[in-house]
Design a protein. Structure first.
Ligand SMILES: NC(=O)c1ccc[n+]([C@@H]2O[C@H](COP(=O)([O-])OP(=O)(O)OC[C@H]3O[C@@H](n4cnc5c(N)ncnc54)[C@H](O)[C@@H]3O)[C@@H](O)[C@H]2O)c1
Length: 277
């Protein structure tokens, strides 16, 4: 078993379920002291569990206080989707990620790493650069919420735009953080067998998921996404920063080369009652 994380103190948000839960297991097996953060209780082998609602600034601040320091790696995995207020989706997926990252950055020193989690829903991030620039320019959660209200006609469910913002946040911070010896990278998972996918299946039916091409002939297992997060947070990726790893089984490569149809990432993607991958 690898001991790549021996002696490292790491934070995993979303550790109660799916990819984050698998990641907490993996990092524990690799020797890390894992501080788990989630709104729900976890059975993952964390050294410490901190309950937090990442849609709420007071709760996020209290969590950062409870986490303490040092922080050698921060994995922002928590996320949500579904037929809920788009501002709430953005509030957890982007504003929550940004807020916790910025609260914990003072506890990170040279050699530390940050990993964010986007989605193939962000696959139009280049085309939507101008729209998302407004969200990125917000200074805090309240401004981000206001921006969502003002752009409700443009942002659909909020999910794709929240993940676009995570991609741009990651890329924007690579250079300034590099000056401090800190790396930041992003995993953009394709369809992955977790409760989010089950919610999509239940609400939209099998046909919706079938229509999204799967070059490997299957969806990912949560552990396969967790392994990419673990790589990016480790010294094996010591010269990697500002990257987005599209962990999608080859889907977007197929789209870019005209071999596969583009079926994800539209701002209009409906989420009738369940999740959006
Ligand atoms: N499963 C997929 O197909 C897929 C595809 C692309 C991206 N993703 C992304 O991967 C990440 C992990 O998702 P998953 O598939 O493991 O889903 P999941 O639902 O299994 O896990 C999400 C976790 O986030 C936590 N969470 C939600 N809201 C929270 C809040 N307000 N405060 C604190 N914690 C909160 C949940 O309690 C849960 O433990 C998410 O960011 C998701 O958007 C998933």
């Amino acid at each position: 078993m690898s001991a790549a994380y021996a002696g490292r103190r790491v934070v995993v948000t979303g550790c109660a379920s799916g990819i984050g839960e698998r990641l907490a297991h993996l990092l524990h097996e690799r020797g890390a002291e894992v501080i788990g953060v989630d709104i729900s209780a976890t059975t993952a082998p964390v050294a410490r569990f901190v309950t937090a609602d990442l849609s709420d600034s007071a709760s996020t601040r209290a969590a950062a206080e409870a986490i303490g320091g040092p922080v050698d790696a921060l994995f922002n995995v928590a996320g949500l989707s579904g037929a809920i207020d788009p501002a709430l989706v953005v509030g957890v997926n982007f504003a929550g990620t940004r807020e916790l990252t910025e609260l914990l950055l003072p506890r990170m020193t040279a050699g530390a790493a940050i990993v964010t989690t986007a989605s193939i829903a962000a696959s139009h991030y280049l085309e939507r650069r101008d729209l998302v620039a407004g969200l990125l320019a917000t200074r805090d959660r309240d401004e981000a919420t206001r921006w969502c209200r003002e752009h409700s006609a443009d942002i659909g469910t909020g999910y794709s735009v929240s993940k676009d913002a995570v991609v741009w946040y990651t890329m924007t911070h690579a250079v300034p953080l590099a000056a401090r010896g800190i790396r930041i990278n992003c995993v953009a998972p394709g369809l992955t067998a977790t409760p989010i996918l089950e919610a999509s299946r239940a609400s939209r039916g099998e046909a919706f998921l079938d229509a999204i091409p799967k070059p490997l002939g299957r969806v990912a297992a949560p552990g396969e996404q967790a392994a990419v997060h673990a790589f990016l947070g480790s010294d094996d990726a010591a010269y990697v920063s500002g990257q987005v790893i599209w962990a999608d089984g080859g889907y977007l490569a197929g789209v870019a080369t005209g071999q596969l149809p583009h079926r994800t990432g539209s701002l209009g993607d409906p989420a009738p009652t369940g999740g959006q991958p």
